[in-house]
Design a protein around this ligand. Structure first.
Ligand SMILES: [Fe+2]
Ligand SMILES: [Fe+2]
Length: 291
């Protein structure tokens, strides 16, 4: 039986994030989108868009600036329903060249709302989902290897006692507000040729320690080449940040690359404790693994 191809090189480019570099031709906003190019040892290339930022004009502008046409995207992976990750999707749905599969958790289409301040939706208009051809909508509840060495996490078990769900988030169901713990939150990870993992997270609403542990369990390895994304520790208290930092130290993570909703307080703690192994991502930054 022919062996399945392995990932020779993984390129992660920050297409949209909250932090911008002076002089960058890319625009920034509160949101996240990453372009991942996965090159296999047989020469095959797969391009994945991980989240879409918050708005269509910005996604369109930044895609054009990096020279990526919607028709070249194999998969759009949505980490969860929140506006700042799904808001750019209409730009792709209305592009005639687009043929991507959309990969997300089945709960992504629920009506998620927030009661922080005022009652408001936190996800897209449900009508948006109807625009995606049903046979290209891959809603996955379990961990699945969507391409060789590329894994969609499925539901992330909540195991730690310090990563509590956020209050004031609900699902609107039959006229009732049912507490919502972000059941659609998913991560995406890549296994490099040496067996180590590169893990991407959108907001990490399941808790970053829960997320990394889940990947380690599924893959039966604790070797993480990098963990990249938003960890949603903005507004977290010192105790939670401290516990998270201890967990990150215990796990075998070479590099922690944070931005978006991680928050300055947590980033300072990671920087103090991890030194060179921690960095901040900005829109336009590029990372290459496995070379
Ligand atoms: Fe976010
Ligand atoms: Fe979020």
């Amino acid at each position: 039986m022919p062996r399945s191809p392995t990932i020779r090189q993984l390129d992660v480019q920050v297409l949209i994030s909250d932090r911008t570099r002076h002089g960058s031709r890319l625009w920034s906003e509160h949101g996240l989108a990453l372009v991942i190019r996965c090159t296999y040892d047989n020469g095959r290339l797969i391009t994945i868009l991980f989240d879409t930022g918050a708005s269509s004009p910005l996604l369109r502008h930044n895609l054009a600036s990096v020279g990526l046409s919607p028709g070249e995207i194999d998969d759009v992976f949505l980490s969860h329903c929140h506006h700042d990750h799904t808001g750019g999707l209409p730009a792709l749905l209305h592009d005639s060249s687009a043929t991507f599969n959309l990969i997300a958790h089945p709960e992504i289409t629920r009506r998620a709302v927030s009661l922080r301040g005022s009652l408001k939706p936190v996800g897209p208009d449900p009508a948006m989902w109807e625009e995606i051809p049903e046979n290209r909508m891959m809603l996955l509840r379990e961990p699945v290897e969507i391409h060789p060495g590329v894994w969609s996490s499925g539901s992330i078990p909540r195991r730690t006692d310090f990563e509590e769900p956020r209050r004031k988030m609900f699902t609107l169901r039959d006229g009732r507000l049912v507490p919502d713990d972000d059941p659609d939150d998913m991560a995406l990870w890549f296994q490099l040729a040496d067996g180590s993992l590169v893990l991407l997270t959108g907001c990490g609403h399941s808790g970053i320690a829960n997320t990394v542990r889940h990947a380690a369990d599924v893959m039966e390895t604790d070797r993480f080449r990098a963990v990249i994304g938003g960890f949603h520790l903005i507004g977290a208290d010192d105790e939670r940040i401290g516990h998270t930092n201890e967990e990150m130290e215990q796990l075998n993570i070479c590099e922690l690359i944070t931005g978006h909703c991680t928050g300055p307080k947590a980033e300072r703690v990671f920087a103090q404790n991890m030194g060179d192994r921690h960095s901040y991502f900005h829109t336009g930054d590029q990372y290459t693994f496995g070379k």
